[in-house]
Design a protein around this ligand. Structure first.
Ligand SMILES: [Zn+2]
Length: 293
């Protein structure tokens, strides 16, 4: 499977004349946190009746080599806390990881807690390029008053937050488009990358992209066989995929995916939105947003 992916992805890059692919949604995290995430996915099958076998359960160095062999030019190390007093420690780890991994876009995170503005400012000083927020796992409203200074810092710095805020695969108390719409009312210049195109509230998050120039969407898992079986993307929205083609970014969820990496790219190709759209989504938009050369 992985050998086939290398050949397919090399051919894809050659056909599109791309210097590489940029993947804005990949997970690298401290070993013991990652093993907890993997146990969660292992337990998902018995809980939901839908198994989630992780395709790339390997050591960190093997996973890095796998991405580089796929021709991934830049990627992230998305981490997210599920409780207080965890984010600053995760940010220390991601700063250290980015320092020893030059092709990783330095990633950080936060949680609504009194010290949040302080450690977010520190992360920005250290060169963080993107922040990850997970509304369902974190179980907090994005408009939490403790986050007011944090959103202000990000808005002023022009640094995006990649936010899992759609109600898939499981809804939370604060998931869905409304809390994000309210946040954007308060911080209209904020840059947000809506993970998974907002699955399953695709149209509502496209509406937000239409209203706010700082709203981007990542393609993570969308249009794969796995996602289409559960939360199919409406064909009626293909026009808006083209319209907002400059704000759609390829993401994979590597390594926690129940299918091969090449399938995620193939899922974009089979939309038949054209080679220029693919070039924007798989490389150009993220290269511009993160100044990758
Ligand atoms: Zn993810």
């Amino acid at each position: 499977m992985i050998d086939d992916d290398n050949a397919y992805l090399a051919d894809f890059r050659a056909r599109l004349d791309l210097p590489g692919i940029i993947d804005v949604h990949t997970h690298f995290m401290p070993e013991r946190v990652l093993s907890k995430v993997w146990s969660y996915f292992d337990s998902v099958g018995p809980l939901t009746g839908r198994s989630w076998p992780i395709a790339y359960r390997e050591d960190e160095q093997v996973r890095l080599k796998t991405l580089r062999d796929f021709g991934i030019r830049a990627f992230t190390s998305l981490v997210y806390p599920h409780k207080p007093e965890m984010a600053a420690w995760l940010n220390d780890w991601t700063a250290e990881f980015a320092a020893r991994t030059p092709d990783c876009l330095h990633t950080a995170t936060f949680y609504p807690e009194p010290g949040a503005a302080g450690y977010v400012a520190t992360a920005l000083d250290r060169g963080a390029r993107v922040f990850k927020v997970h509304i369902q796992v974190g179980d907090f409203p994005p408009g939490d008053p403790l986050l007011t200074p944090v959103w202000g810092l990000l808005e002023d710095a022009g640094i995006p937050a990649l936010i899992h805020c759609g109600s898939g695969p499981a809804p939370g108390r604060f998931t869905g488009p409304e809390p994000i719409a309210e946040l954007l009312q308060r911080f209209p210049r904020l840059r947000l990358i809506v993970a998974h195109m907002g699955t399953p509230e695709y149209s509502e998050f496209l509406d937000l992209a239409q209203r706010h120039a700082g709203v981007y969407l990542d393609t993570t898992m969308v249009w794969t066989d796995f996602s289409e079986a559960d939360s199919p993307f409406p064909v009626a929205e293909h026009g808006r995929l083209r319209e907002f083609g400059e704000r759609i970014l390829f993401g994979s969820d590597f390594p926690n995916i129940p299918y091969s990496y090449g399938h995620a790219i193939h899922a974009l190709e089979r939309l038949e939105l054209g080679t220029d759209w693919l070039r924007q989504v798989c490389y150009r938009n993220a290269a511009e947003l993160f100044a990758v050369s």
